[in-house]
Design a protein around this ligand. Structure first.
Ligand code: FES
Length: 515
């Protein structure tokens, strides 16, 4: 559910993900009035599309809706590594959950990888799907121990992991855990083909259709959108962060994180594999075959959403890092992605917490959404069809028992957002004059905060910086030209329009009365 905001063209390369730049745009119609299907799926990323696709394959009718265009959010900005090796996780999962549940996590992700492979084969999907060994490599002797422990843990859970001294990236090797038979692909080319199979026989894809509310009743679910209401037996929230969150309170259990990617050309062949380091800061590498030679995708420089204003510096840091490893001939693309990190590093997949029978959720993929997002489709399809699923337990969204209440004061703060503020004209003008054209800042005037964006002609758009999801204060993101919320990752364009959920409401205008 992400619309491309204005981009900063001052950074090197095209300001667009490689996947977006090299795949067709979609043009599914918006919903027009009310409708009825077996299942409504909200969110057109890998979890939503896979769920809808598998449900339709099982002869249920589905409506997949997206607030903007499908596969333009996290899935359109991923590195698209389809793997069971999630950096270092298995030793931790065994400690946290025990072997039985950790094995479910591994098996679900393995099934996710193999399902992608079999759908690519069955539907002959031209998405440059390639099997690759996945590596998590140590950069010090201390990490070598952790990597070796991960090999043991993964093998204990039935994964054919091995330790290798031979890490085919430049620099001194301290060894790696390697898992053969993982994969990479072009996520949009894969998912747009699956989505193309959805419309027909009572099923639909509706783009530019924003879900604004859900009502669950004994006999079904009504998903209210800005274009009409969809009635169905079940609804799936695959919106990255659930737009419906009371009293399940996911807000208390997931942190949004932004990370950065560059598509670069290097002057030597890139080794066979997909790579991530074991230490912080996290960096990952893979290559992507392209018509004009391999593009190398390097990621890193992550931070909590809304906690950094000078996001351009993160692209520059990443470029400096890439150049420290490889001779980079050119930076051809730059983009960023937002992911949600759960409290225990395991996604929430299953019935929405808080006693819901007919509303399901798939979120919190902790940056590993390709295999797990596919597994989510398999799990939710089983649950909706009333079938047992062998991996559902570890992902159960109700695994945290406490259910924080949605505080009244938050609702009041949101209701009070906007309105007028009387300011000392000279002080306000001084603050605004310090903002360069094309930039934004939350300024403090008269004891109140105003989010001010100055357009390229110097015009000023004052907004209330109160996030309309749950009342946190947004911060300016100078690389993406957006207002980002540090609490749960809602994002707004410079003019206050929603570009990323969980919020479904735009920032309120603030009328500035000068005195
Ligand atoms: Fe939840 Fe802003 S995203 S308060």
């Amino acid at each position: 559910m992400e619309e491309a905001p204005e981009r900063d063209e001052s950074l090197p390369g095209r300001a667009e993900s490689y996947w977006m730049a090299t795949s067709p745009e979609t043009g599914f119609p918006p919903l027009d009035g009310d409708g009825r299907v077996d299942v409504t799926v909200i969110g057109g990323g890998i979890a939503g599309i896979t769920t809808a696709f598998l449900l339709k394959k099982a002869r249920l009718t589905v409506a997949l809706i997206d607030a903007y265009r499908i596969v333009t959010g996290a899935t359109g900005h991923t590195t698209a590594k389809v793997t069971v090796l999630h950096r270092l996780i298995y030793a931790d999962l065994i400690d946290r959950f025990g072997g039985r549940l950790a094995r479910q996590y591994a098996a679900a992700n393995r099934a996710g990888v193999e399902t992608v492979a079999s759908l690519v084969r069955e539907y002959d999907i031209p998405c440059s799907f390639e099997r690759k060994p996945a590596y998590t490599y140590a950069e010090s002797e201390e990490e070598r121990e952790k990597v070796m422990a991960e090999v043991d843990a993964a093998r204990h859970l039935g994964l054919p992991a091995a330790f290798t001294e031979d890490v085919p990236l430049p620099g001194e090797s301290h060894g790696a855990v390697v898992l053969e038979g993982q994969a990479q692909f072009h996520p949009r080319n894969y998912l747009l083909l699956l989505a193309g199979h959805l419309p027909g026989e009572g099923s639909y894809v509706f783009e530019m259709t924003r879900a604004v509310g859900i009502e669950e009743r004994a006999d079904g679910v009504a998903v209210k959108t800005d274009r009409g209401t969809l009635h169905s037996g079940h609804a799936v929230l695959a919106t990255h962060y659930p737009i419906y969150d009371r009293p399940g309170a996911y807000y208390a259990r997931m942190q949004p994180s932004r990370s950065y990617a560059l598509g670069v050309r290097i002057d030597e062949p890139f080794p066979n594999g997909i790579f991530i380091n074991a230490s912080d800061p996290v960096h990952s590498w893979r290559s992507q075959p392209a018509a004009d030679g391999d593009l190398v995708i390097v990621t890193g420089a992550a931070h909590g959403t809304g906690q950094v204003t000078d996001t351009r510096a993160h692209y520059r840091d990443l470029e400096a890092y890439a150049r420290s490893v490889y001779p980079v001939r050119s930076v051809d693309y730059h983009w960023s992605a937002q992911d949600y990190i759960t409290a225990d590093r395991v996604p929430y997949i299953g019935r929405l917490a808080g006693g819901h029978d007919r509303i399901y959720v798939a979120t919190g993929f902790c940056k590993w959404g390709m295999a797990a997002g596919t597994a989510a489709g398999m799990i939710l399809t089983d649950l909706i069809r009333g079938r047992e699923n062998p991996w559902a337990e570890v992902f159960d969204p109700s695994r945290f028992r406490e259910q924080p209440e949605f505080p009244d004061r938050v609702q009041k703060k949101i209701e009070a957002a906007g309105g007028a503020i009387e300011v000392d004209a000279a002080g306000f003008d001084r603050e605004v004059a310090a903002i360069p054209p094309g930039e934004g800042k939350v300024v403090e005037v008269g004891g109140q905060r105003v989010a001010v964006f100055r357009d390229d002609r110097g015009g000023v758009r004052p907004l209330d910086p109160t996030c309309m999801h749950m009342g946190c204060t947004v911060a300016w993101n100078n690389a993406e030209k957006s207002w980002d919320c540090p609490c749960h990752g809602s994002r707004y364009a410079a003019d206050g329009r929603v570009i990323e959920s969980p919020t479904v409401r735009n920032l309120r205008r603030k009328e500035v009365v000068r005195r």
